[in-house]
Design a binder for this molecule. Structure first.
Ligand SMILES: CC(C)(COP(=O)(O)OP(=O)(O)OC[C@H]1O[C@@H](n2cnc3c(N)ncnc32)[C@H](O[C@H]2O[C@H](COP(=O)(O)OP(=O)(O)OP(=O)(O)O)[C@@H](O)[C@H]2O)[C@@H]1O)[C@@H](O)C(=O)NCCC(=O)NCCS
Ligand SMILES: Nc1ncnc2[nH]cnc12
Length: 288
């Protein structure tokens, strides 16, 4: 189905566009490797390309499945193979583990909507993602004993703080993307803000609100709250739209690199935002 390939390509584009946006505080971008010594801009490009066939599989699985509420069981094995392909291509470096999960659910949702005559609006895809993930946090975290040794950073964040990370975001239908990132991105794109700057501003608004388990994996809640406050303050300076805001973003990048802070969860949500925006635009063109 041609449409399915088109949305899978948009998801790959979203990963490429996210890593290209510069400057991204603490993250890999075109200027530096952020708070990372095991990956760079080219690692992300190779990883995104390696994921392309699996993104098409996610969308096809959605299109070929009858009921949304049983779709996750079809998507997860594809996700595991995608993760393996990512690690094989990057030499064992985690570039896109969270993105594989988020895009797995979103592409499954979009494929399902296409096959069932639905419109590809952001709201429709996010609602479908929520249905796909209903019960996920209880299923994955419910059986975790309080004194269990965490196997992943996500489990560690749950045990220490009760935070549900990427699973919780997906199960709630990506509320930060819906409430903060997409409205800001739509406004910036409508105002013809340069794409790079629109993406960086969206990253800042996500960092201001996201309980990013990547930051908690290396640091603590005090650090996460400091990062959230700094991102919010830079937005009040005008973000990438003002000289003061741009200078503050550059300084924030240096500050997060020095403190070894990487907001990888928010980076993924920037890619999700771009994907939903472009998908909605192409749906509107199709229906005209
Ligand atoms: C379902 C899993 C993805 C769960 O994995 P885990 O238990 O590890 O859960 P989390 O830590 O909660 O999340 C994993 C990644 O999700 C991203 N993330 C974190 N917080 C959020 C958030 N609030 N909202 C959205 N997304 C979030 C984040 O991914 C990005 O950052 C990673 C790169 O960072 P880096 O610092 O380099 O990471 P490390 O190498 O781990 O750390 P250092 O050593 O450097 O400090 C990269 O992955 C980005 O994408 C989190 O890392 C999953 O494990 C699972 O079940 N997989 C099976 C496959 C599957 O089910 N697929 C589903 C298809 S539908
Ligand atoms: N650009 C980026 N840098 C570091 N971690 C990330 N995870 C997702 N995108 C990332």
């Amino acid at each position: 189905m041609r449409g399915v390939d088109h949305i899978a390509a948009l998801a790959v584009e979203a990963l490429l566009v996210e890593v290209a946006a510069t400057p991204k505080p603490g993250l890999v971008d075109r200027a530096n490797n952020g708070a990372h010594d095991d990956m760079d801009f080219f690692t992300f490009q190779a990883s995104a390309a390696a994921l392309a066939p699996y993104f098409a599989e996610f969308a096809r699985a959605g299109a070929g499945h009858e009921h949304l509420d049983t779709l996750l069981a079809q998507l997860r094995p594809i996700g595991c193979r995608a993760e393996a392909a990512m690690y094989a291509r990057t030499g064992g470096v985690n570039t896109h583990k969270g993105a594989v999960f988020s895009f797995g659910v979103l592409l499954g949702a979009a494929g399902w909507l296409m096959a069932h005559g639905g419109r590809l609006t952001a709201d429709a895809v996010l609602d479908a993602a929520r249905t796909i993930c209903t019960g996920l946090c209880r299923a994955d975290y419910g059986a975790l004993a309080k004194d269990a040794v965490p196997a992943t950073k996500g489990q560690a964040a749950y045990l220490a703080y009760g935070l549900t990370g990427v699973r919780g975001e997906a199960e709630a239908g990506f509320p930060l993307v819906r409430a903060y990132a997409l409205p800001l991105y739509r406004a910036r794109r409508a105002a013809h803000t340069p794409l790079n700057d629109a993406l960086v501003d969206v990253l800042l608004v996500l960092m201001a609100h996201n309980m990013d388990t990547n930051i908690l994996g290396r640091h603590d809640l005090a650090m996460l709250h400091r990062v959230q406050g700094d991102a919010a303050r830079i937005l009040t300076l005008g973000g990438m739209g003002t000289a003061a805001g741009r200078a503050a973003v550059e300084a924030f990048d240096a500050q997060l690199i020095a403190a070894w802070v990487s907001p990888g969860g928010s980076a993924d949500l920037v890619a999700v935002t771009h994907f939903l925006y472009e998908m909605e635009q192409s749906d509107m063109l199709r229906s005209m």
